[in-house]
Design a protein around this ligand. Sequence first.
Ligand code: M7G
Length: 322
Amino acid sequence: MAESENGKDGKSAAKRPKIDAENEKRNADEQSTDNPVVDFQLTRILRDNPREKSIFIHGKVKDQDAVVILEKSPFRQDSLPELLKTSQLKLEMQNDVYSTYQLHAPPQLNEIKTTVMCPATEKHIKKYLHQEVFLLEESGEDYRNLTLPYISGQSFSVQWVYNILEKKAEADRIVFEDPDPDAGFVLLPDFKWDQKQLQDLYLIAIVHRRDIKSLRDLTAEHLTLLTNIRSKGEETIQKKYGVPPSKLRVYFHYQPSYYHLHVHFTAVEYNVPGCGVERAHLLSDVIQNLQLDSSYYHNRSLSFPLRADDGLLQRFREAGKI
Ligand code: M7G
C-alpha cells in the first residue's frame, strides 16, 4: 500500500480528524439501519483475491439475487498504536529472533468494507465473475455500427446516477456541486472508497448533462465542462483532503460500466483496477486531444478490454472484427 499522500506534505493531522468525525457520524446513522445480509444464502464465489484481501460472492437474500463484495480495509496509520496496544496476540511459532502470531483486534479496528447489490441482475453477477479477457480495437465506425446499438439495449441502469443528481440518494456525501446545467457536476466519494484513509482516495465527478454517454460523445463543445471538472474537482480535493493535483490520477474509463459521463479521481499511488492503459484516459489528455481536433473521439480507434462472456465481444466476433 502506498504511503499516505499527507504523510509527505504534513497535512494529515489537520485533515484526518475531519474524515474521522464524518465517519463517526455516518457510522452512528448507519447502526440504526437493517443488516441487509443477515439472511444471505451463499450460491457461489464469483471471484476470490487473497492478495487484495477481497472476495466477491453471489447468493440470495429473501429469494432475491444478491452480490456482496467483502474487502478488508487498509491499515490506518493513526490507529496503529491502539491496534498494537489493545489486541490479543496468539503465538503461532517462535525460532531465534523470529516469531509469528495471530492478532485478534478489537472489532472497531478490524473492519471489512462490504458492498451489497440487491436485487442483483445477471449483468451484475457477470461483472464480478472471473473471466478470460480480450483486448479489442474499436474504430469510430465500429462504435456507431456495433457498440452503440449494443449498449443502447444492454447497459447497466444509471438510475443510481440520477438519484445522486436529484439528491434522492447519497446527498449527504456530496463534497462539491456546480449546479450549472451545461458545465456543472457533482463530486462525491466513489462507493469503492470507505473514506477512512487517503491512500485509496477515490471520488467521482458526475456531470449534470444527461446526453453524454462516454468519451466517444465528447467534442470541443464540451471543453468548458471538462476544464471546469478538472479545476473545481482538484481545488475541492486539495481543500477538503489536503491532496494536491500532482497526487491525483484523473481519468475516464472506456468502456465505462455506466453510460452517463463521469470522471474518476483517484490517489496516484493507489493501483486501483481499471487505471491501466487499456481502460483509463487521463482527463488532461482528453482535453488536449479535443483542443487539437474536435472530432478526435468520434473518429479514432480506441482499445479496451472485454471479458469472454461480454455480449459486445460476441458482436465484434460475429462482425469478423476479432
Ligand atoms: P465506470 O467506469 O462506469 O465503471 O465507473 P466501473 O464500475 O467498471 O469502474 C463507475 C464508478 O461509479 C465506479 O468507480 C463505481 O465504483 C462507482 N459507483 C457505482 N455505483 C453503482 C455507485 C453508487 O451507487 N454510488 C457511488 N458513490 N459510486 C458508485
